[in-house]
Ligand binder design. Sequence first.
Ligand code: 9D3
Length: 237
Amino acid sequence: MRIDVLTIFPEFFGQVFDFGIIRRARLAGIVEINVHDIREFAVDKHKMTDDRPFGGGDGMVMKPEPIFAAIEHLLGTTDRNAYPSGTKVVLLSPQGKQLKQAVARSLADNADHLVLICGRYEGVDERVNETLVTNEISIGDYVLSGGEPAAIVLTDAIVRLLPEALGSDTSAENDSFSDGLLDCPHYTRPAEFMGMTVPEVLLNGNHAEIEKWRGEMALDKTKRNRPDLLTGENGDM
Ligand code: 9D3
């Protein structure tokens, strides 16, 4: 897979893709990640990437021309209907469809080229959305300062799902959410730490009993912290 990130703050991404699973996947050639400065595609002599909103109001809006030029450079077209089927142009935006494991899974399985557009300010000129963007994604119901942290979250969630990205010591199947429950608690040595002990069941070597305990603890934790995962309702309502 190839991932191209479009941002006005390329330095924001400094070393975030240089650790752990993402680093290993890059070194193994499973994914290639490139970060591009939208400003380098600016057309005017002041290299402007934003401007005042038509109709008035606070804040600034990202101009369409530099983003169109960047997509033309990367994909050879600015018509989303002409993209190859494995090419997705994602706009990270508070108005997007909320990122869930199934969204990450779908992109990991079906895309081989992702272009991630990071918005800033009040937003991006809507013509970008209408013409270039195939998927508009939010990472949740809280306010960020821009799309950059969201692009990092989305990249991480997708790359670890690519075939061969996880080591043999880790399993995507065993993860929280793959069975719709939160994970059970984990313990390691020492068996007693500052007077706190490890649940006896984990020490007795009875694997059927251990799996039963883990299932019960996962269900308990899910009821307490994420009842919505069990009922489909929001526990705060
Ligand atoms: C006043 C209305 N706000 C929209 C809900 C303005 C606004 C807030 C935050 C406009 C842009 C932003 C910057 N956020 C993102 O670009 C963003 C985001 C987010 O704020 N939350 C969750 N996911 C995402 S993805 C991109």
